[in-house]
Design a protein around this ligand. Structure first.
Ligand code: SF4
Ligand code: SF4
Length: 166
């Protein structure tokens, strides 16, 4: 990472790749780029690290880590957003009878699991009631990836999936 004496991260020209089009010279807001023997050169002490030269260079002859890191981060965000958009989570209401999850609910969770797998999503179970922590374990065992209830805070109701399914 190139830095000038002011601690600003600066851009650098990869002279071997520069074809001397001078686009960056015209775009630099502080006149930090000049042409020397047909290639662009940046004065690091004048450079303010705006990254404009890298954006406009048609042959990627400018190295500027800050922009590269930002672009990488943008790519990662886009990738994550895309996978979230493509994901189809399935929600299931889990009925509790006499302190246990109703059999019919586990059948629904099973079906939801099949659907969720097809849609690259997760099964989210919803529980209503008091003193039903143990039903969360059951729900996970039957195929829920996440369980929330009306009495347990959402963030604490995500149990680890057990390795064995009954
Ligand atoms: S990073 Fe900005 S200030 Fe530095 S040389 Fe490129 S265009 Fe000029
Ligand atoms: S825009 Fe790129 S190719 Fe053109 S002069 Fe600047 S560094 Fe060289």
């Amino acid at each position: 990472m190139a830095q000038n004496s002011k601690g600003i991260e600066t851009a650098e020209i990869i002279t071997d790749q520069c074809m001397g089009c001078q686009i960056c010279v015209a775009e630099c807001p502080v006149g930090a780029i000049e042409m020397m023997e047909g290639t662009a050169h940046i004065d690091p002490e004048l450079c303010i690290g705006c990254g404009k030269c890298q954006e406009v260079c048609p042959v990627s002859a400018v190295r500027f880590e800050k922009t590269e890191k930002r672009l990488e981060a943008d790519k990662e965000i886009k990738k994550t957003t895309k996978s979230l958009q493509e994901r189809s989570d399935v929600a299931v209401y889990i009925e509790v009878r006499e302190g246990r999850g109703a059999e019919v609910s586990w059948e629904l969770v099973g079906k939801a699991h099949e659907l969720a797998v097809k849609g690259n999503g997760r099964v989210i179970g919803f529980l209503l009631g008091h003193g039903i922590h143990h039903v969360i374990e059951e729900a996970v065992a039957y195929g829920c990836d996440e369980v929330t209830s009306s009495t347990i805070p959402f963030s604490t109701a995500i149990p680890q999936k057990p390795s064995a399914t009954p």
